[in-house]
Design a protein around this ligand. Structure first.
Ligand SMILES: [Mg+2]
Length: 278
């Protein structure tokens, strides 16, 4: 899908080189929807997902944005919702787990699909038993095969095993390839693009939309948001995103700049009540 898109970019522009455009867009916007991925975007990667923490600087910038009534901050992660909620832990920020499948309600799938997932997991356990650096993370209705920290050879062999095993489980189950990870999920998990579309449909006005993410699982959201300010974090190419930031450090700077811009522009958005707009 990605390769055939007319929007695929090999050289997205650096967001800070185009900051006047962002300023202009923020000035004329009534409200802002800020979609953010978590791992690799708000935080740097660690060897294991449970070692990942939000830095104080990023937390402060996010909290400031979340306090602004014009801004809706939404974190979309591949983690379980309870996990990402606990790691973000900022009042007013909405968190979604399993790429948005876990929203306000927990994700559940049919018993027949749960059985298939169980069988697939068993097959992976057996086939990966002698590859010691590879590990399987249980995420309820989804499981993840991690190759972070593994040798190139082990990662390649794991990729071949994923393709072989999954051949007999598709289309009921699907694979979401990520950064050093393959996630195996029921087909009903549609991914971040579908989630973003559904969330935007529920918003009353049409907000200025930002989406910042680093992973292949963020690409479906980039392609849905043709009018939005889409930002790919890191050096993965090609991408559907229009802009790029180098890493979580620059994402923090972006959040701070956006916060400053909104404060400078305080309460004068066109959709503010007239009595407040002065
Ligand atoms: Mg990520």
């Amino acid at each position: 899908m990605r390769g055939s898109s007319a929007h695929t970019r090999r050289n997205p522009k650096h967001l800070f080189d185009h900051w006047p455009m962002v300023v202009e867009a923020v000035r004329s916007a009534g409200s802002v929807a800020l979609f953010l991925d978590f791992d690799g975007t708000l935080t740097p990667f660690r060897e294991r997902p449970d070692q990942v923490r939000l830095s104080e600087g990023t937390r402060r910038a996010l909290a400031g944005l979340a306090r602004d009534p014009r801004v809706d901050v939404l974190v979309l992660s591949g983690r379980r919702r309870a996990d990402v909620k606990r790691r973000v832990g900022i009042p007013g920020i909405r968190c979604f787990g399993l790429h948005g499948w876990e929203g306000s309600a927990p994700a559940v799938s049919k018993a027949s699909v749960a059985k298939l997932l169980h069988e697939a997991r068993q097959q992976f356990r057996e086939r990966l038993a002698d590859l010691r650096e590879i590990w399987i993370e249980e995420k309820g209705p989804v499981f993840a095969v991690h190759v972070r920290g593994a040798t190139e050879d082990a990662a390649r062999r794991t990729g071949a095993i994923v393709r072989e095993v999954m051949g007999s489980f598709m289309p009921d189950l699907r694979v979401l390839p990520g950064n050093q990870v393959w996630e195996v999920a029921p087909a009903e998990l549609q991914g971040k693009g579908a989630t973003v579309r559904a969330l935007l449909d529920r918003m009353v006005d049409s907000p200025l939309t930002f989406y910042v993410g680093d992973d292949t699982t963020d690409e479906s959201a980039f392609s849905v948001l043709t009018d939005g300010i889409t930002v790919c974090v890191g050096s993965r190419r090609p991408t559907e995103a229009k802009f790029t930031l180098r890493g979580p450090q620059e994402v923090r700077q972006f959040l701070e700049r956006l916060g400053r811009e909104l404060r400078a522009n305080g309460g004068r958005g066109p959709q503010q009540p007239r009595s407040l707009a002065g």
